[in-house]
Design a protein around this ligand. Structure first.
Ligand SMILES: NC(=O)c1ccc[n+]([C@@H]2O[C@H](COP(=O)([O-])OP(=O)(O)OC[C@H]3O[C@@H](n4cnc5c(N)ncnc54)[C@H](O)[C@@H]3O)[C@@H](O)[C@H]2O)c1
Length: 317
């Protein structure tokens, strides 16, 4: 297979690339110039194409040139705080790239499988219980809306034009290779390793499911394989875990794994425009694809801490 991965240098891209068999040709598309710094996978069947998600011409040329069979669309403006500051740019990058890729599939070869990286944030606030795949997408804030709309657009292309589309609505991902220092796991680990206090922007009470990146990558690959083999045109799955923690509980967990006991956090309570509670029901993917998260929270966080310790020179603050 010839596989096109946008945003392939991010945390999720790194893990998906690692899990693909070397028989496949992987075309990695990302804006970074020095990809070797970000991607530590050795694979002679892999090609890196530097480019922006807004560069439609280059994307089309690449899909044609490498006779792509499947697209994993992971590239996006992924930062919630940046989206609050700059909604226009977030919508532009996240929506435009999704629409343009789907148009490319429709026009170049409608047999190309399209896998979209949606999010639990696409659902918006959960009032009780947990989100099921057939719940409405009711997001409010810019990053979240960019995920809901892209998710709906991808579904629309499948239902209207018969494209094969897989949508993964994943919980909060953590693990090695996350260079987004405003995400709670990297920010906490790096601050604590650098002997600095972690300033919690929210009330500390916001609740999320946390899932180790390799488990999410596995769900992506299983969804792709299922679409490849079956007649089904559209698959939508929640990918979550049983670890539903408040921000404060998570920070305390990381501190305890680092053996830090005192005076290591402050609650600023300045960030109010965020979903309060998120929880995914992931029974559907368990039943249909026999997927389940394998890495428990302690082990996943330990692996993550080891990676940041090894690479701490990159993250001096
Ligand atoms: N990390 C999570 O908790 C999480 C949860 C649910 C869904 N997702 C979604 O999964 C996907 C992958 O997330 P991630 O955590 O790996 O993100 P990431 O930020 O680690 O990686 C995103 C990649 O996209 C690239 N990129 C961003 N803007 C670009 C542009 N304009 N042109 C070209 N490349 C660009 C970045 O260089 C980066 O390598 C995203 O679409 C994200 O919204 C992430």
């Amino acid at each position: 297979m010839n596989i096109f991965i946008t945003g392939g240098l991010g945390i999720l891209g790194n893990s998906i690339i690692k899990q693909f068999s070397k028989k496949n040709k992987l075309i990695i598309y990302d804006r970074a110039k020095n990809h070797k710094r970000f991607l530590k996978v050795k694979n002679r069947n892999m090609k890196f194409v530097p480019g922006n998600l807004t560069n439609n011409k280059l994307i089309l040329k690449t899909i044609r040139k490498y006779k792509i069979n499947v697209i994993f669309h992971l590239g996006a403006q992924t930062q919630v705080l940046e989206a609050l500051k700059n909604p226009y740019q977030t919508y532009l990058i996240n929506l435009q790239s999704t629409i343009k890729l789907l148009e490319a599939v429709r026009k170049i070869n409608n047999k190309i499988i399209f896998i979209y990286s949606s999010s639990d944030k696409a659902y918006g606030e959960v009032t009780k219980g947990s989100y099921l795949e057939n719940y409405p997408l009711n997001s409010i804030y810019p990053y979240d809306v960019s995920k809901s709309t892209s998710d709906l657009i991808a579904q629309s292309y499948s239902k209207t034009y018969g494209l094969k589309v897989g949508i993964i609505r994943s919980a909060n991902i953590y693990g090695p290779h996350d260079r987004n220092l405003k995400r709670i796991v990297p920010e906490t680990i790096i601050n604590l390793l650098n002997k600095k206090k972690i300033i919690i922007r929210s009330s500390g009470k916001l609740k999320r499911d946390y899932i180790f990146v390799d488990d999410v990558a596995k769900a992506y690959i299983l969804t792709f394989s299922k679409l490849l083999k079956s007649q089904k045109k559209l698959l939508v799955y929640n990918v979550g875990s049983k670890y539903n923690l408040s921000v404060l509980q998570l920070v305390k967990k990381i501190a305890s794994l680092l053996n830090i006991k005192k005076n290591y956090f402050k609650i600023a309570n300045t960030s109010t425009k965020e979903i309060k509670n998120q929880r995914l029901n992931y029974v559907k993917i368990q039943k249909e694809l026999n997927w389940k998260p394998k890495v428990n929270l302690d082990l996943g966080l330990k692996k993550t801490i080891i990676w940041y310790k090894k690479n701490i020179s990159e993250f001096k603050i």
